[in-house]
Design a binder for this molecule. Sequence first.
Ligand code: ASP
Length: 348
Amino acid sequence: MNKPFLLATVLTVATSQLLMVNTAQAQQEQAFAIAIHGGAGTINKSNMSKEKRLAYETKLKQARDTGYALLAEGKSSQAAVIAAIQILEDSPLFNAGKGAVYTFDGEHELDASIMNGKTLNAGAVSGVKTIKSPIALAEKVMEKSVHVMLSGAGAEVFAKQQGLALVDNSYFDTDARYQSLLKAKKKLAEQEKELKDFQAAHKSLGNEYKYGTVGAVALDKSGTLTAGTSTGGMTAKRFGRIGDAPIIGAGTYANNESCAVSATGHGEYFIRYHVAADICARMQYQGISLEKAADVVINDVLVKAGGSGGIIAIDPAGNIAMPFNSTGMYRASKSSNGEEFVGIFKDD
Ligand code: ASP
């Protein structure tokens, strides 16, 4: 072998080995993480028994750890978000799927959405009454339809075509939510008498009657962000009201260039202030951190507007923010850097 050829061969081998080491390191170093929420609102610490708290935290941990395990195996952030949300949808503790709040007319109307931060594809469903897992239907809309949002009866026909599990509306019933409806209606009737106006009465209904929702955001080993949200909406909602949860940009948003967000709170404000997309846009256009962008929108913009609630969010480096301006927000997170959290109140 002549000398220049030998040198070239040695260099080629060395370079390719170096590349392999670098790629392996990059793969090893790609952070992955998940954050989930089970709704924000007036959660009274003094009313929360030890048992109740344990039940919430156990379910939150189960959802978080299920999503995290998928990410650790190298599965997509979309798979992790769906798996985590479905655990919360199936639990009567949260206002999504089983345990969803009642409408004024005593039914359940569910909203959900999902967005993939790499493709910017999104799927959403609103006002569905017989879909066991609304987040699964949102994913089907994203992947198997040419549309972004389907509503009501049409969405249910599509769900049937896609072979999703259908249930009777009574499947979502729980006594606790029914008692909340009765309380809300009693309060509404009293307020209506006093204010002589149903809309004004509805506006004055305290936050304790309103909230709950579930959501998840995740970053996978390929660097893709996903956000998803699922909810029963607000107790005693009327006239086919749709909240922020299925509105892309309001309750859910994901973009690999900035962040992924899932929101919970007084939906009308989250729609008007385009909360989820606003947080991501502030990061992108102002070059500020996720923590700062999320804090400004939730604790300044929304507070000044009178909108109560919170969000969970994650950026491409795996940083997580979970600010809320209500008394509590059920939430949990876990990152490949070893950090994990579960809590309800501000001082948790
Ligand atoms: N944002 C949901 C809605 O307005 C409710 C909630 O998160 O509590 O429908």
